[in-house]
Design a protein around this ligand. Structure first.
Ligand code: ZN
Length: 126
């Protein structure tokens, strides 16, 4: 997309792209952890930055028909998840405008728990 500067929403507990370390979002933006993608657990966030969007496509999900766009990391172009553009089922509208990130592709980081000599802090559960 040609935008070089990276946005940062702040936050005490933040999530970065596991591949290239780009800041993506923070815990305050987390809506739900009860999602799954084709590759495993996925989390729903209200606000995610430093991503770009693919074309809008119809997807028939467990929860009904949706218009979604795949989202990609601006830093490394990894497909991180998808964006809910529109839901056609009553009760699913809360997801509109929210983004799914695959847990396996993001890394949690906190202010008081930096990376240690023993390795990265990999997400398990909330
Ligand atoms: Zn990345």
């Amino acid at each position: 997309m040609g935008v070089k500067c990276r946005e940062n929403l702040g936050g005490k507990i933040i999530y970065r792209c596991d591949t290239c370390d780009t800041y993506l979002t923070h815990r305050g933006s987390l809506v739900s952890t009860r999602f799954t993608s084709g590759h495993g657990p996925a989390w729903l966030f209200f606000e995610v930055v430093n991503i770009y969007y693919g074309n809008a496509v119809y997807r028939n999900l467990v929860t009904g028909r949706h218009i979604v766009r795949y989202i990609y990391c601006k830093g490394c172009s990894t497909k991180l998840g998808w964006f809910y553009e529109m839901a056609f089922v009553n009760g699913q509208e809360y997801k509109e405008g929210c983004k799914i990130l695959e847990v396996a592709l993001i890394r949690e980081e906190t202010d008081d728990m930096p990376e240690t000599p023993f390795g990265r802090h990999i997400l398990t559960s909330v």
